[in-house]
Design a protein around this ligand. Structure first.
Ligand SMILES: [Zn+2]
Ligand SMILES: [Zn+2]
Length: 436
């Protein structure tokens, strides 16, 4: 059994090398005889846990390959490597831990799972990665001929791609179409792939622990693959189809075709008794006052949890990727992953960009007005304080036979404080200008 003890010098250097993201140093140090890959620091953390917390992807990979225990559980608060990965917010490292056999049901000393901890700190991508996780071994059965089968149901080389697809969190058909465009082998074997997805869907619904989420997801992917492969057979590419999925209607830019596609897929879900499905159908039929949830948002939240992509305005308008970095430079009101997503959306967005720019300008002006008002209020308060201080000083002066020096000192102090406050106000204004 592992024990916490004072770390040796070499052990300390391993932790430092992880902090510095220095893989070759970690490799060199761990090759020293007598050093265990799972040594514990003074809080009971292993090197893998340190690497997971700091999202050191390559070091995590190396430590796991060197036999690190992904479920080591000696940390003072009962944190596992999966919990540390989930807290780091790095989806890839989180998946790496799961793929190495991390138990997602482990709880820490206060009874929280890794997914709950990630939700608590707002790492909703990691929550989604954990709850959607499908292990690489999940397709092993289908890649080997069973019984009298001459060939396996799924060609071996397609397994890693399909696992990657099933583990996707983004349910936007445009994003899935991008993926299929990069993996044409899926389209070329679409019958086999979608059949295996159908079987996975059935298995998820008939298992003892029914998983509506996995069933809905595999069914949805099968639908998209079937639709995309039809297009691909005809045109040998998906470009035109992707454009049609992005195109928005004239009145408000809403992408009707992709909405239809998703609703059609839900209609065809072979388990109408599923509670998850019924809930979605109910929400689609009864939009809350003033809000019109699109099918893609509802589907995405059904699969990934309510909080996933909750800040819709931060997502890519074209493909739904969350926390997209780039903004339309003209209106600054819509976000995109990159130039490809922006270009695809331009034919729709160009009809609204000017109006959005006006809206943006108005929002900015409103913010400036509020800032100015706040500053004025602060100035007034300051003046009042100065006057009060002056009166106090006068009173003091009268009491103590008027001391010239102390009044001067008092005034100096007030002046000093005022100028400090003013300069900090200035700093605030400058910062605000930069941010907007
Ligand atoms: Zn995008
Ligand atoms: Zn714009």
């Amino acid at each position: 059994m592992a024990q916490k003890k004072e770390m040796s010098d070499t052990e300390r250097r391993v932790i430092q090398a992880i902090v510095d993201d220095n893989l070759s140093e970690v490799q060199a140090l761990l090759s020293e005889p007598g050093l265990r890959v799972d040594f514990l620091d003074d809080t009971g953390m292993t090197p893998l846990q340190h690497a997971a917390f700091r999202a050191r992807r390559e070091i995590c990979r190396f430590l796991l390959a060197s036999g690190a225990d992904v479920n080591s559980n000696y940390h003072d608060n009962g944190y596992t490597a999966l919990m540390f990965a989930a807290l780091s917010g790095n989806v890839e490292v989180t998946r790496m831990m799961l793929d190495a056999g991390a138990n997602p049901n482990h709880t820490n000393s206060v009874g929280r799972t890794a997914a709950q901890m990630a939700a608590f700190v707002g790492q909703h991508q990691c929550v989604a990665a954990i709850s959607n996780f499908f292990p690489s071994s999940g397709l092993d059965y289908y890649t080997k001929p069973q019984g009298l089968e001459k060939e396996p149901r799924l060609p071996q080389h397609l397994a890693p791609v399909l696992v990657k697809m099933i583990n996707m969190s983004n349910m936007n058909p445009v994003r899935i179409a991008y993926f299929l465009q990069d993996h044409k082998e899926v389209l070329e074997n679409s019958k086999k792939v979608s059949k295996v997805l159908d079987i996975l869907c059935e298995k998820a619904m008939k298992a003892r622990d029914t998983s509506d989420i996995m069933a809905l997801k595999t069914h949805y992917f099968a639908t998209i693959i079937r639709r995309a492969s039809k297009v691909y057979e005809e045109k040998q590419n998906l470009e035109g189809w992707i454009k049609s999925l992005v195109r928005g209607r004239d009145s408000d830019g809403f992408p009707e075709l992709q909405d239809k596609l998703i609703k059609q897929s839900l209609k065809e879900f072979p388990y109408p008794e599923s509670e998850l499905l019924q809930q979605m159908v109910h929400n689609l039929a009864n939009p809350k006052l003033g809000s019109h949830p699109s099918a893609v948002v509802l589907l995405s939240q059904a699969i990934n949890g309510q909080r996933y992509g909750a800040n819709e305005e931060e997502d890519c308008t074209t493909c739904g990727q969350i926390r997209a970095e780039k903004k339309c430079s003209a209106c600054k009101m819509v976000r995109y992953c990159d130039g490809i997503c922006q270009k695809l959306h331009w034919s729709t967005h160009k009809k609204f960009c000017k109006d959005l720019a006006v809206k943006h300008q108005k929002i900015q002006e409103q913010e400036q007005r509020e800032q100015a008002q706040k500053k004025q209020e602060e100035d007034e308060e300051l003046h009042k304080k100065m006057e009060d201080a002056h009166i106090e000083d006068k009173k003091d002066g009268e009491k103590s036979n008027f001391n010239d020096e102390s009044e001067a000192e008092g005034n100096r102090k007030v002046v000093q404080e005022t100028s400090q406050l003013q300069s900090s106000n200035q700093e605030q204004t400058i910062q605000a200008t930069l941010e907007t």
